[in-house]
Structures are given as structure tokens and as C-alpha cells.
Design a protein around this ligand. Structure first.
Ligand SMILES: Cc1cc2nc3c(=O)[nH]c(=O)nc-3n(C[C@H](O)[C@H](O)[C@H](O)COP(=O)(O)O)c2cc1C
Length: 184
């Protein structure tokens, strides 16, 4: 890793447009998922689960989303979205194990978010961009059914699109002084 950790954290951006037809190697994604597990995690519950979608499942998911859009906004909007989504190279779904305890559920979700950031930062350091999405589809029963995820056992925490960035957006953060209270 030639960049410092500060450069990687500051430089990572959510990527909206990926180079088409350039799929990052599966081994690199598995390496990133193994690293993701080194997230802080109260009681070491390791609550994250991952579903790495191949081309067939990716197409089914894109078509399910297009069906939802068709019902709400019509054929043209559905077709546009379908083509846009089919061009996204990498598809990964993260879930969090469901817990009956609200405290544990919060802690497990926090750990999944830490794992997600590990994943995205490592991939970024290897030239791969991600977009973490939590749109309507990620809560839709149809997606659970397609991926055969039991809602009683796991909750989808994000759909992660990944690939080589076509463009890297710029963004800003508020100055720290607006967020920090220092106490004596
Ligand atoms: C839990 C979570 C859900 C997100 N869901 C979406 C989403 O549905 N659509 C989207 O465009 N971006 C989504 N994002 C990405 C944010 O919009 C993005 O992180 C934010 O604009 C800051 O940009 P940056 O990641 O480049 O710093 C999500 C991020 C997080 C952490």
C-alpha cells in the first residue's frame, strides 16, 4: 500500500459510474471481505454475512428493480434503470444477523458498518470504488426471496456496487469545529 491510511480515508469517494465490462478480480473481493472482518465487534458476534452475486443473480436483481420502477413510473423509466444497473460490474449484499436484544442489534449493526468501511477502504486502496446503497430494493421482500435470505435471521444492511471508477466525484465535509465539544 503506497498511500497512507489518511490519504485513503480522505480520498475514498462513493462511486456512481463504473467502467463497464471491467470486473475486479474475485480474489481481491474475497481478500477485502476477509479484512472487513477485522472490524471492532462487541462480543465478537461477527454478525456480517455476504452474498456475492454472479451474472445470473445480478440480472435477476436488476429485473426485479425494473419491475418495481415500472409499477411506479412506467416502462421508459424501468428500461433506463435496467440498462444502468446492468452496466454496474460488481454486486455484493451485506446482511447483519438479527438479534432479539435491541442493544445487541445496535452493536451488531455498528460492527457491520465498521466492516463495510474496512471493505470499501481496502478496495479503494486497490483502485476499486464502491457505492453503498440502501434504496427501496434493499428492504423489498422480493430481494430477500431472490437471495434466499430469511428475514427472521438476517437483515440487509447494504447493497454494495463495485468496480473501477469512471469518474471520482468531489465532496466536502463540515469543519470539525462545528462538531466538536471539548470538555474540561
Ligand atoms: C448506510 C449508507 C447508505 C447509503 N445509501 C446510499 C444510496 O442509497 N444512494 C446513494 O446514492 N448513496 C448512498 N450512500 C452513499 C452516500 O450518499 C455517500 O457516502 C455520501 O454522499 C458521501 O460521499 P462519499 O462517500 O463520497 O464521501 C450511502 C451511504 C451509507 C453510509
Amino acid at each position: 500500500m503506497s498511500e497512507t491510511i489518511a490519504e485513503i480515508i480522505r480520498g475514498r469517494r462513493t462511486i456512481h459510474d463504473f467502467l463497464p465490462d471491467r470486473m475486479p478480480p474475485r480474489e481481491l473481493i474475497l481478500e477485502a471481505l476477509e479484512l472487513a472482518a477485522w472490524a471492532p465487534n462487541h462480543r465478537l458476534t461477527e454478525p456480517w454475512r455476504y452474498y456475492l452475486l454472479g451474472p445470473e443473480m445480478k440480472e435477476k436483481v436488476c429485473r426485479l428493480n425494473a419491475d418495481l420502477i415500472r409499477a411506479a413510473r412506467g416502462d421508459q423509466a424501468a428500461e433506463m434503470k435496467l440498462q444502468r444497473w446492468l452496466a454496474i460490474p460488481g454486486w455484493l449484499v451485506q446482511t447483519c444477523a438479527v438479534s432479539a436484544s435491541p442493544i445487541r442489534a445496535d452493536e451488531d449493526f455498528a460492527a457491520c458498518c465498521c466492516a463495510a468501511q474496512n471493505l470499501m477502504l481496502y478496495l479503494w486502496s486497490r483502485g476499486i470504488g464502491c457505492k453503498w446503497t440502501t434504496g427501496e430494493l434493499s428492504r423489498h421482500a422480493g430481494l430477500y426471496e431472490l437471495l434466499q435470505i430469511d428475514r427472521q435471521q438476517e437483515k440487509i444492511t447494504g447493497i454494495f456496487w463495485y468496480g473501477y471508477p469512471q469518474a471520482v466525484p468531489t465532496t466536502l465535509r463540515r469543519p470539525l469545529v462545528e462538531k466538536l465539544t471539548e470538555l474540561p
